[in-house]
Design a protein around this ligand. Structure first.
Ligand SMILES: [Zn+2]
Length: 336
């Protein structure tokens, strides 16, 4: 719970007057975290990253990069999932590729079993396992669950080590991985599974709350992915045109993740009711439900769908802005 959520709860008098209810609420939220355990924030990081970097003119200077084998055993020592296989999308070492291709092709790599089936923390069960643990950053009062910020920083630092060796291929591949975790933390439902007020109200019928939280989460992700695939101008515009933050105030990849999750949590309160109105009551039901993608089209102006797109574009704008900021940090730190 961040300070804004605390304030909201305080206004309602819930937290001050009823500590018992708070305890029940905390347990409920933890169980909710546990059961709403998505492994991927935004679907298709690669497709979004391609749009995000379309204005990065500087990348064009890196259009002839030779694929190199992974030779970072001494510094890249974090555990990888037992079923993770290192892939070379553009071709085996020796093939020529570009920075733009590497960033686009490997923005999804952390979802390719890299973080699955690991034993990282006794608390990882609360985020749905080791992948959830590494890809999310839940906030609940003083409690933080997940290590997405440190994962982003880990790969950002490795990119620097690759650059120091003159290995541009792994510089950009490690940056692509860092981008993944930064983007993950900008998906609002990764910071809070449901609006805090609803969680407290829904304790009496916890199964229903849980089902609806899961529905909201997955429908948002499927919807944004489908709309990017349909080239919705609101979504494509947000991804393309977002401006980076001023790197005088941004200290690190870790900072970007923490800040992204912090700003995303209050968004949940706005997205949830719009989803109920747009998708219909089924999303709030106790059965798992997904909208019918075959009838989906780009929003007409003035509709509920258009309002939902507008709200969702706030988060997509942040996803883009934070990605671009990470690239600025890399350029500054590594002389790219
Ligand atoms: Zn992820």
């Amino acid at each position: 719970m961040d300070t804004r959520m605390m304030e909201t709860l305080d206004k309602g008098g819930v937290m001050k007057r009823n500590r018992k209810l708070l305890c029940v609420g905390l347990v409920a939220v933890l169980v909710l975290f546990c059961l709403v355990s998505p492994v991927d924030a935004w679907n298709s990081h690669g497709a979004c990253t391609k749009l995000i970097i379309s204005d990065q003119e500087w990348l064009k200077a890196y259009d002839m990069i030779t694929v190199t084998p992974w030779t970072y055993q001494d510094v890249d020592t974090a555990a990888v999932g037992p079923n993770f296989v290192l892939q070379y999308i553009e071709g085996k070492p020796g093939t020529v590729t570009s920075a733009a291709a590497i960033l686009t092709n490997y923005a999804d790599e952390p979802d390719w079993k890299m973080d699955q089936d690991l034993n990282l923390s006794p608390f990882q069960v609360l985020t749905g396992g080791s992948q959830g643990w590494r890809h999310q950053y839940y906030g609940l009062g003083w409690l933080r669950l997940g290590v997405a910020p440190s994962r982003a920083q880990y790969f950002f630092d490795l990119a620097g080590k690759a650059k120091a060796k003159g290995d541009l291929y792994w510089t950009f591949r490690y940056l692509a991985r860092a981008i993944h975790y930064v983007q993950d933390t900008t998906q609002p439902y990764h910071g809070a599974p449901a609006p805090a007020g609803l969680i407290f109200k829904g304790i009496g019928n916890f199964g229903a709350l849980l089902a609806s939280a899961t529905n909201h989460h997955y429908n948002l992700e499927e919807y944004q992915s489908a709309m990017v695939a349909r080239s919705s101008s609101v979504f494509v515009g947000a991804l393309r045109n977002a401006a980076p933050l001023d790197i005088a105030t941004v200290t690190s990849a870790d900072w970007l993740c923490r800040h992204g999750a912090y700003l995303g949590r209050p968004e949940v309160r706005k997205l949830w009711p719009l989803e109920t109105t747009f998708f219909g009551d089924s999303i709030d039901g106790k059965d798992s439900w997904l909208f019918d993608e075959s009838t989906l089209h780009v929003a007409d102006p003035g509709t509920v769908q258009a309002a939902y797109d507008q709200e969702l574009s706030v988060s997509l704008d942040r996803m883009s802005s934070y990605t671009k900021t990470l690239l600025l940090l890399a350029r500054q730190a590594y002389g790219l």
